[in-house]
Write a protein of this length. Structure first.
Length: 152
């Protein structure tokens, strides 16, 4: 049932992050840094919240995921401790082990289409990817990848 799509995330995760140093330039120069995420489900699975700390960066982030029962889709919102601004949401659903979520946002003042892709790799591993498109989704540049491993 879609309301339980994110149940696999409940718990604590060690996160290996790779984020492009410069976006929209064709760069392949990645900044790699660790994170630690704790995910808690709420409302019998129709909501979950995670907080992730990036100890080498000195900031953290919070994700809120809510399942819209009528629309049968998830909405995902992100905020970080650097600016405290709730980012524009992305919306979507899972097909099997892969979930894709899309939205519109600004990146450094530039309008972008945003895609989050979640891939479940069993119960103890997952991947999240963020990509931006400046051409209405014709091409995508993946700019942040998180590989999650369940913390022991």
């Amino acid at each position: 049932m879609p309301i339980h799509d994110f149940d696999f995330l409940a718990g604590t995760w060690d996160v290996a992050n790779r984020r492009l140093k410069v976006r929209h330039s064709g760069s392949d120069d990645w900044d790699e840094f660790p994170g630690r995420s704790t995910v808690r489900p709420h409302l019998q699975g129709m909501a979950n919240v995670d907080e992730i700390a990036f100890p080498t960066k000195g900031w953290s982030g919070l994700t809120i995921r809510l399942f819209d029962v009528e629309a049968r889709r998830w909405g995902i919102w992100w905020v970080n401790s650097r600016d405290g601004k709730l980012q524009a949401p992305v919306f979507g659903a899972f097909t099997g082990a892969v979930g894709e979520f899309f939205g519109e946002d600004l990146d450094e003042g530039r309008p972008v289409r945003v895609r989050y892709r979640w891939t479940r790799h069993g119960t103890d591993a997952a991947r999240w990817e963020q990509a931006f498109s400046t051409d209405a989704g014709l091409s995508w540049e993946t700019n942040w990848v998180m590989d999650l491993a369940r913390a022991g």
